[in-house]
Design a protein around this ligand. Sequence first.
Ligand SMILES: [Zn+2]
Length: 438
Amino acid sequence: MSVNVEAEPDRHAADAETLIFANARQVVTCAGPARGRRGPEMADAAALSGVAVSVVQGVIAAIGPIDELRTTYRDAREVDCRGGVLMPGLVDSHTHGVFGRARSDEQELRAAGLDYMEIARRGGGIHASVRDLREQSEETLFELARRRLMRLAAFGTTTIEVKSGYGLSLDDELKTLRVIDRLRRELPVRIVATFLGAHEIPVEYRTSATARTAYIEIVVNDMIPIVARNGLARFADVFCETGVYTVDESRTILNAARRAGLLLKLHADELTSSGGAELAASLAATSADHLAAISDAGIAALARGSTVATLLPGTMLFLGKSARAPARRLIASGVPVALATDFNPGTSPTPNLPLILTLGVSQLHLSAAESVIAATVNGAAALGMADRIGQITPGFAADLALFDVDDLRDVPYWYGDNRCVATFVGGKPCHARDLGLC
Ligand SMILES: [Zn+2]
């Protein structure tokens, strides 16, 4: 069983015209190996000045002096970058972008001192989003997600992973994945679908150990085969955490997903160090995500393999927690590190991936260049796409983001501001604020 996403032609590049991106103060190419970058490889984002970029049929064709490109590509239309910084489009490799109502009420309850258990007892938390999503029509969910994901695009993001996981029944998970599939076909950004039927144990299966096992059997025997057979997801993911899914349960579910042809991700070691990173490494998962509580053994396990460590510091900021993923130790150990928003209604309702780069620098102690690599090349690696997107290199998709700043360090510096003026996906305008392109 294989997922058909790979075999599809790049619909974003169809009919794309020949372009030259001129007058950028810096072109941050992130050029280098087409895989997750490790250790010192993350330190160099390859910022060039005095160069332009040509794009033919949606693919980067050349990087060089403007006069040379004008001679080679005589019919090209020029895009004036107005002295800004041109970068690979940002890759947000972890979101829960399909949900119904926002949960702003819970933020106030948290501020008033209520803990997660008490908020859940009052009907909040993931289960609130599950009840809500089950009541929403597919059309409503699509329209809400479309608008929200285009907000992510407005901050410079050109590829967005979107998980299911607020359905937690066969019908509601399939409903969510159909919404994601429609987003993938209709939005100007690239969308990558992940099946997260094991986001929580649904309320109706929490009555006994037997009921809990019955839900896991539904995930393994019913949901995963149908999802894979219909090409509705590229990845399967599990929330492996104390009080949610155990390491053994996560292994059972992910092994079934792999047998069905899905690639693997894992929510691991967010709050407690339960062996999630070790499990992700042992299964050669494409990414292990969160990791604020990863153990030394977990770091060593990831360092031996190719799993990308995807860090989500926005959740800790929003929840007001002081825990931090040990980004510097991960990088020093040779683990490829990515940054993502974790965009979701409960713990990280921000569409702003450049703000996450700010947290990468100020909270996780990355350099600006490392934070850029983490949200481009390594985000692409966290989606198994590092051979196609994430760098401005000939042969790569022309997914580009233009920022109204002087230097790549300004992207994490002007925190919370939106300096992105335009994005292109496969050479086509996706989001443009004042270039008059869309
Ligand atoms: Zn998540």
